[in-house]
Design a protein around this ligand. Structure first.
Ligand code: ADP
Ligand code: ZN
Ligand code: ZN
Length: 733
């Protein structure tokens, strides 16, 4: 009888698969996608079986040590999905597989406990034991501020610190780490809502989805529905239909919309257990949700991008809400996948139905619908009686002239705010920049205070009275004199952020109550939800915020939305910036007047004639699409070609640029048919965290050609990181 061997992809170290022999007692259990522990030198390593075969080219092949969590074995469909991702995104299988197993499962433990951490000694005493201003200080400050023990995993993510400084503190008995069992997640009682009777457009849309579900074949749908048109209601009834067929459903929502709001709506509709998966959940909680899915005890998954890998059994339906949203794309590490595109592939492999929904579909998806690849449904009006808001564009040059200098608020906006405050309605003010002043510079020598680690000006924050880098979090005090010319008189601030808007508003309306929602005010766990609840409970008249407030939230008594400066994003030289501005303005405008009260939107800009602004003001997606798609065609951008961005980053600028250049030349020499290789340029952020960044773009109308290019791209080394981004969201940064 021939022997059986397997190839195993280790979780860490070597990227290429290794051969192992299968001992007799495991013969019946080895499967592709199974988790195993194997010896490497004299330690045991964990990995995933990637192939089964009956010979090995190696003479001495060691046996598998043991099988880990057999129930964790990837289903054949998920295995195929991993394999597809590895090819399509040019990422090693090792990195791809990481997405498919939560960290605990990877280690073979099904720990369903939550680790919590608290201070064991008073704060003052604790601070004596640590280096000033280091990560441990941050941790102690956070723990002292909290009244109860905090979940460890989340705290580390929030504070951006690693585990080892915490463990040192635990050893010294300065902090205490405890493990508590995770309470069953769906115990809370919710007031149950019943399915709403649908309007005609919703009805037709749902009927098409149900008909696809009944066919038990792959189908993809696109719902183009204005904000408030009742897409979520359609999603919920479609999920209901899938459950009735005994199939499970995954609902992906953008990271930022994953507040209790969405989950509450689902819990209120479905009695069934819901698996909630996103990175703010602790490892233990994610493991518990994952386990419920494997045992088929949960048939509904709600989560951010990575929830697309959830092991939902007998999958029938995948819904991607706000499918155009950038948070579905993983851009920081391999595999640089797009959750929406992975969803479509997964649905295809599992003969499931995929539904993409948006008020502003991505050009790619809408083009697919026009071509007939996706089944299109349009929800053209709001589901409730609320009319669409009235949108007005205001020229800020005129406004500043009238005010005799810079102002955040045009007369039109001030008047609209005054009216709201008088009648007790609410307003949202949107500015895509946090902090107080955007940068500090010397009026004498024009020196701008930059981060020492990044090529970026430091932002001044008034509440903490510090300058901080928005790329790497570096912080410093404001200098007394110009670091370049030593002048102590000429330091001045330029540009404004949300903190400044808040103060200026108080100067205009002394009794106004404001809340601010940006990355500075949402550091703590649940702070998002708390601010949101406070505003909904009318604890403030105005909510000021960055793009966080643009998406998904429903504020019944907010009738005014002010966009303070619509121009920032329009000035980014990228083929997608027009699309992104259109999407953002439509989303922000959609926050106004969602219940009976009519809404008003004021968009302030210095370029009032920009065509994108006019289209956004008219909320005319179809005209926007028609003009934008022409432009993409003319300049050959997606969906008319595929793009790949290859980014090189390293401490040695010259060596990094050299590698980028030589790779670019090598690919040019291949003369790939139908592909255009653009020259190497410094990235839009030329330096981040002491790493210099160079990149080039490959454009191709022939997707096959790209695979022939991949072998010419060097792997990362400790000195130079090489990142391949297939279908990048932008070509500039
Ligand atoms: P979207 O997801 O498109 O923004 P929602 O599903 O959140 O829209 O619906 C907006 C509002 O309209 C919600 O308050 C929802 O309960 C309500 N709604 C949705 N469909 C209907 C319907 N058929 N009849 C009455 N109200 C509806
Ligand atoms: Zn100076
Ligand atoms: Zn920095």
């Amino acid at each position: 009888m021939s022997e059986t061997f397997v190839e195993v992809v280790l979780d860490r170290s070597l990227a290429r698969p290794l051969d192992y022999a299968v001992p007799a007692h495991l013969l019946l259990h080895v499967k592709v996608g199974a988790r195993v522990e194997v010896p490497l030198k004299n330690v045991l390593k964990q990995g995933t079986i990637s192939a089964i075969k009956h010979s090995s080219e190696f003479l001495k092949v060691r046996p598998i040590a043991r099988l880990l969590l057999p129930e964790a074995t990837l289903s054949p469909a998920l295995w195929k999905l991993a394999d597809w991702m590895s090819h399509y995104y040019a990422a090693p299988l090792q990195k791809v597989l990481k997405c498919f197993f939560p960290p605990n499962v990877r280690k073979g433990v099904k720990q369903k406990q939550l680790q919590r951490i608290a201070l064991a000694v008073p704060k003052e005493e604790a601070l004596l034991h640590v280096v000033k201003n280091g990560p441990q200080t941050k941790l102690i400050e956070a723990l002292a501020a909290a009244k109860e023990p905090l979940p460890l995993a989340e705290l580390l993510t929030t504070l951006q610190i690693s585990r080892s400084p915490v463990e040192t503190l635990a050893k010294k008995k300065i902090v205490l780490i405890e493990a508590v069992p995770i309470a069953d997640l769906s115990e809370e009682e919710f007031f149950q809502t019943r399915p709403k009777s649908l309007n005609k457009e919703q009805e037709e849309c749902l009927a098409k989805i149900i008909s696809s579900l009944e066919s038990k074949q792959f189908a993809s749908h696109l719902i183009h529905g204005v904000t408030g048109s009742g897409k979520t209601e359609v999603y919920m009834q479609a999920i209901q239909a899938a459950l009735e067929q005994n199939r499970s459903a995954i609902l992906l929502v953008p990271e930022i919309a994953l507040t209790s709001q969405t989950i509450e709506r689902l819990r209120a509709r479905f009695q069934q257990k819901i698996a909630v998966l996103h990175h703010k959940k602790s490892l233990g909680e994610r493991t518990a949700a994952w386990d419920d899915l494997l045992k088929n005890e949960a048939q509904i998954v709600v989560g951010a991008r990575s929830a697309i890998f959830a092991p939902a059994q007998n999958l029938g339906l995948i819904i991607i809400d706000e499918e155009h949203d950038g948070s579905y794309k993983q851009s920081d590490e391999a595999p640089c996948y797009h959750g929406r595109d992975v969803a479509v592939m997964r649905a295809h492999l599992e003969k499931a139905v995929v539904v993409l929904g948006s008020a502003t579909p991505s050009l790619e998806s809408y083009a697919n619908a026009k071509k007939g690849k996706y089944i299109l449904s349009t929800l053209s009006s709001r589901a409730t009686s609320a009319p669409m808001p009235k949108v007005q564009i205001v020229d800020m040059k005129t406004a500043c002239d009238k005010a005799g200098g810079f102002t955040h608020f045009s007369e039109e906006l001030i008047e609209a705010l005054r009216q709201r405050v008088e009648v007790g309605e609410q307003a949202l003010l949107f500015l895509n920049r946090r902090g107080y002043r955007r940068q500090q510079m010397c009026g004498g020598c024009r020196h701008v205070l930059k981060c020492p680690h990044c090529d970026l000006a430091l932002t001044y924050h008034l509440s903490s009275n510090i300058l901080s880098c928005h790329l790497c979090n570096y912080q410093r005090e404001t200098p007394r004199e110009c670091p370049s010319c030593r002048s102590s008189e000429s330091l001045e601030f330029k540009g404004f952020g949300t903190e400044h808007v808040e103060r200026s508003l108080h100067a205009l309306f002394p009794s106004i109550r404001t809340l601010r929602m940006d990355r500075d005010t949402t550091q703590q766990k649940n702070s998002h939800e708390e601010l949101f609840m406070q505003f909904r409970a009318h604890k403030a008249d105005v909510l000021i915020g960055t793009q966080m407030i643009a998406k998904g939230f429903h504020f019944p008594s907010a009738t005014l939305v002010g966009v303070l400066n619509a121009d920032t994003a329009l000035n980014i030289p990228d083929f997608r910036s027009g699309e992104q501005v259109f999407q953002l303005l439509t989303q922000v405008a959609g926050r106004a007047g969602r219940s009976e009260l009519p809404g008003e939107v004021i968009i302030q800009t210095y370029i009032p004639d920009h065509p994108i602004l006019a289209l956004a003001a008219a909320q005319d997606y179809n005209s926007f699409y028609a003009s934008e798609i022409e432009e993409r065609k003319l300049f050959s951008y997606p969906p008319f070609c595929r793009l790949i961005k290859i980014l090189f980053s390293g401490e040695d600028a010259a060596a990094t640029e050299r590698l980028a250049q030589s790779t670019c030349s090598k690919i040019q020499e291949l003369k790939p048919e139908g592909a255009e290789i653009l020259p190497v340029l410094p990235s839009g952020h030329p330096k981040i965290k002491d790493l210099y960044r160079f990149q080039f773009i490959i454009k191709s109308i022939n997707p096959r050609v790209l695979e022939s290019i991949f072998p010419s791209i060097p792997a990362s080394t400790p000195e130079i990181l090489v990142k391949i981004d297939v279908d990048p969201l932008n070509t500039f940064f």
